[in-house]
Design a protein around this ligand. Structure first.
Ligand SMILES: [Zn+2]
Length: 257
């Protein structure tokens, strides 16, 4: 196989791969939203694609569907460039992807949220689609779980950072991941600056109105965490320690482990 990314394959190659047992497919959904002054607005879909590829390699016999680029990003709209879609539209995109993929012979579909705002809608729609199509559709949580955060902790501590400084948005972790990705040339470390470094989840709860919150009320520069110590080396180490954990979480959701 020259690639596991469906968008880089021909229809003929995809048909052959499915016949050869590549019947599992990952559909990542990222976002087009501000990621501080130093990361591109496509960060979540870029890392979604690279992350899905690493997980697919770990699972085996798995292809990666074209990543859904925009996500549910209302809370980032005060920042230029953010494009947001409704939770219902994200669900409808998931339905359309799954119906198409199932028609071609994929029997197991992993809906992967690589942006926080997509987690709930994808988790909600997965069982509905599974019932409709009669195939396996799961949406395992890989972002910010005790397991994924736990495996990163030694690296975070080795850099003298707290978990909140490592950040959940454009902080140390995400900036490291981008620096170790094929999109590293888009990172502008000279513009990396400290963002909000308190507990982001408590802060979000405080500024929620009717279930909605705005990033600007917590972090004027759009960063949750501190990206300044991010490096390519730390990004490679992160990938080495976190990818097997992601693979395990997805395999468990599929009933393989
Ligand atoms: Zn992000």
């Amino acid at each position: 196989m020259k690639t596991l990314l469906m968008e880089e394959m021909t229809s003929r190659e995809i048909k052959q791969a499915i016949a050869d047992g590549y019947t599992t497919v990952i559909v990542a959904a990222g976002s087009i939203e501000q990621h501080g002054p130093h990361l591109p607005i496509g960060t979540d879909y870029m890392l979604g694609t690279t992350g899905a590829l690493e997980i697919a390699e770990g699972l085996g016999h798995t292809l990666v569907a074209p990543t859904i680029r925009p996500g549910c990003s209302d809370h980032h709209m005060p920042f230029s460039g953010t494009i947001t879609i409704s939770t219902e539209l994200l669900k409808e995109l998931c339905r359309a992807y799954c119906r198409s993929l199932a028609k071609h012979g994929f029997t197991r579909i992993v809906l992967l949220a690589t942006h926080g705002g997509n987690i709930e809608p994808m988790a909600e729609v997965a069982p509905e689609i599974a019932a409709e199509l009669g195939c396996t559709v799961v949406s395992p949580l890989i972002l910010g779980t005790p397991e994924t955060m736990g495996c990163m902790r030694p690296l975070i501590e080795a850099h003298g950072l707290t978990e909140d400084e490592s950040g959940i948005h454009a902080g140390f972790i995400e900036t490291c991941e981008m620096l170790a990705s094929p999109f590293a040339h888009l990172v502008e470390m000279e513009h990396a600056e400290r963002g909000f470094t308190g507990n982001p989840f408590e802060a979000i709860e405080k500024v929620k109105v009717d279930g909605h919150w705005k990033m600007t009320d917590i972090s004027p520069n759009g960063i949750l965490g501190d990206p300044r110590k991010a490096s390519v080396e730390a990004g490679r180490e992160l990938s080495r320690i976190a990818t097997p954990v992601y693979v395990k979480i997805v395999a468990q959701a599929l009933g393989d482990a």
